[in-house]
Design a binder for this molecule. Structure first.
Ligand code: GAL
Length: 644
């Protein structure tokens, strides 16, 4: 159940066998290699050097390790970039993003696709049936360093082709984009420009289409790699390592091509990435917030259709956040168990040994730089590995009682036309997740349109575009369903729907949104009734024939309505309103809840209940039986496990 990321090309060959032996000794089963080593595999055009990788694979396999082989396409080598500079991506200001770090390619470059196919095929042919090979990772972190949207000539040409196929005629494109506005009409697809570098805001429908197009390029690029690998590597699985708080492409679109999802968990680094308050950042600086990793475990279990790995687990300080504290002692162990509790099949640490050179020399590994000596994180992994062996085989995860409908387009729409500067989709979704998890409930993430059968409660923090499939899934949902602000507020062409928002949801909700107000920081509107608290950031003015459960104090307008088991919340709720909302919904759904302290979370995996304590004081858990692991008072920065 444990793995590690290893870079044989970074270390003297004489170390490999000892490294492999020590990995096994530590309790590690999987080792991921290869994902950045293109310049070593192919030092120049047509010159392949597999010798070192053959020996590395054989050495690792001989020690009993199972190998995860990464395709090296995140790092095209210098000779290739010199031959074909047009592979490079462009930023939104039209500047080239050149060689010298990584991810310097555009998904739209046909030449890059050919070159990627060539290296993937060569690797798959050579290693596809290697006895030590367990499976594959495609590329590395698609989109990292802001590389989904590229704004160069190859992107423009490919975008025009995509539009041609989608709209058939310039007239239909004009109609869809509302291009009569500001004389934006075109008479040929060749007149379409990239929606950037305009005097003021470019057309939102054009931007949304450009985002959809680039997102689909990621999916088709990944599919290309998967198809080649499957041809030459029968019986081996394929995954990709996704990222945290990353919404630039539609992750659901990649799941059919992968056997399972994996993701890279840097819980402390993400404290700096997410728009937390300064007080929260300080409070969680060396443990992370207790929902950051779980949010992604649950999301990627969804993307992986029930199966996921953590491909890279933070083992100590990272190098890339503005501040990089040492994790509080105990957290590396806690994060390991937490991932497994959420259904991870494997937790793999990044990286085996800290590199003493280059960009990531300040990033910890399980071993100190240059040495065969465990770091503090490495020592916690040794403990976790022993405890895991004691726990035996973990049961399968079951369907959770609560589903969150998570949508990537929702993020793009709010980013393209925020209307209020702090309306961030993923932040809203995270806060809804946090609130429901504070009630001790387990959560699954589903894509819009997925079946909602079996869920007692369905949360839809915001879903601006409601497809026919999504509308049908909601209509058929047996449980309590709650929609948040801006749901149903746009057509698929980024326009206000006929009959007003919530568009197709009006059939389920019996309401119309007539006006919306965004609220600057410091401005709040009180609401009361079945829930009390405030709207902040966003408030909607609606009329309804449904039951009004809470109203805004100032004008008596509806804040929360119900129509049978469907609910609509007409604002961005503050903490109090959100806590009240999820408690009310859980009650209506007949779910038993446990109100947890800020720093404590629970998660069931089959018949096991895990309790995690991110706080500084022990927490006495409400179980009568003794735990199977840990103590009834769940220790600070620790965990206990019960059989339920
Ligand atoms: C990940 C990446 C790794 C390494 C790591 C450092 O985003 O996949 O290659 O850079 O971050 O934290």
């Amino acid at each position: 159940m444990l793995g590690v990321c290893y870079y044989p090309e970074h270390w003297p060959e004489a170390w490999w066998a000892e490294d492999a032996r020590r990995m096994r000794e530590l309790g590690i089963t999987f080792v991921r290699i290869g994902e950045f080593a293109w310049s070593r595999m192919v030092p120049s055009r047509g010159q392949y050097d597999w010798g070192w990788l053959d020996r590395a694979m054989d050495t690792l396999a001989a020690a009993g390790l199972k190998i995860v082989l990464g395709t090296p396409t995140a790092t095209p080598p210098k000779w290739l970039m010199d031959e074909h500079p047009e592979i490079a991506p462009y930023d939104a200001d039209g500047r080239v993003r050149g060689f010298g770090s990584r991810r310097h390619y555009s998904f739209s470059s046909a030449i890059y696709r050919q070159e990627s196919a060539r290296i993937v095929q060569a690797m798959a042919q050579r290693y596809g049936t290697h006895p030590g090979l367990a499976g594959w990772q495609t590329d590395n972190e698609y989109g990292c360093h802001d590389t989904v949207l590229s704004w160069g000539e190859v992107d423009l040409q490919a975008f025009r082709g995509w539009l041609r196929e989608r709209y058939q005629s310039p007239d239909q494109l004009n109609e869809a984009w509302g291009a009569a506005f500001w004389s934006m009409e075109v008479t040929s697809f060749d007149q379409v420009a990239l929606p950037t570098l305009t005097v003021t805001e470019p057309n939102p429908a054009a931007r949304l289409d450009f985002w959809r197009f680039q997102s689909s390029q990621v999916a088709s690029y990944n599919r290309m790699q998967c198809e080649i690998i499957r041809q030459h590597s029968p019986g081996r699985w394929i995954t990709h390592n996704f990222m945290g708080f990353f919404n630039e492409f539609d992750h659901w679109a990649l799941s059919p091509d992968l056997d399972f999802a994996s993701w890279d968990s840097y819980p402390i680094g993400f404290v700096e990435r997410f728009p937390f308050s300064e007080a929260e950042r300080v409070a969680w600086h060396d443990t992370s917030h207790p929902d950051i990793a779980p949010f992604h475990h649950d999301l990627y279990r969804g993307v992986g259709r029930g199966r996921f790995w953590v491909m890279e687990q933070q083992p100590g300080p990272v190098n890339w956040a503005p501040w990089n504290p040492v994790p509080a002692r105990g957290m590396v162990r806690l994060w390991t168990f937490e991932a497994l509790a959420h259904g991870a099949e494997t937790v793999s640490y990044f990286r085996w040994r800290q590199a003493p050179f280059a960009q990531e020399q300040m990033h910890a590994g399980l071993n100190l730089p240059n040495l065969q000596e465990l770091s503090a994180g490495g020592r916690e992994v040794a403990v976790a590995a022993r405890e895991l062996a004691g726990l035996g085989r973990l049961p399968e995860s079951e369907q959770a009682p609560v589903a969150i409908v998570y949508d990537y387009e929702a993020h793009w729409i709010a980013a393209i036309q925020p209307q209020g500067a702090d309306f961030r989709y993923y932040e809203l979704a995270f806060r809804w997740y946090e609130a429901i998890r504070r009630l001790g409930l387990d959560v699954d993430f589903v894509a819009p349109g997925d079946s909602l059968a079996g869920y007692r409660l369905v949360l839809v923090p915001s879903l601006p575009i409601v497809s026919d499939a999504a509308e049908q899934a909601f209509a058929a949902a047996p449980g309590v369903v709650a929609f948040g602000p801006r749901s149903g507020s746009k057509t698929r062409h980024f326009a206000i729907p006929d009959g007003l928002p919530p568009g197709p949801l009006r059939r389920l909700l019996d309401c119309r949104v007539l006006e919306v107000a965004s609220l600057r920081p410091g401005v709040r509107q009180a609401l009361s009734g079945a829930i009390t608290g405030h709207a902040e950031r966003w408030r909607e003015y609606m009329e309804t024939g449904g039951e009004v459960l809470a109203r805004f104090d100032d004008d008596g307008g509806a804040a929360l309505i119900a129509n049978g088991h469907f609910h609509y919340l007409a604002c961005w709720p503050d903490g109090a309103a959100l806590t009240g909302l999820v408690a009310l919904l859980a009650r209506k759904a007949g779910l038993g809840v446990t109100s947890l302290p800020e720093a404590v979370r629970m998660r069931r995996r089959g018949g096991l209940s895990f309790v995690f304590n991110y706080g500084t004081t022990a927490w006495c858990a409400p179980f009568s039986a003794p735990p199977v692991m840990g103590s009834p008072d769940v220790p600070a920065r620790g965990l206990s496990v019960w059989r339920s």
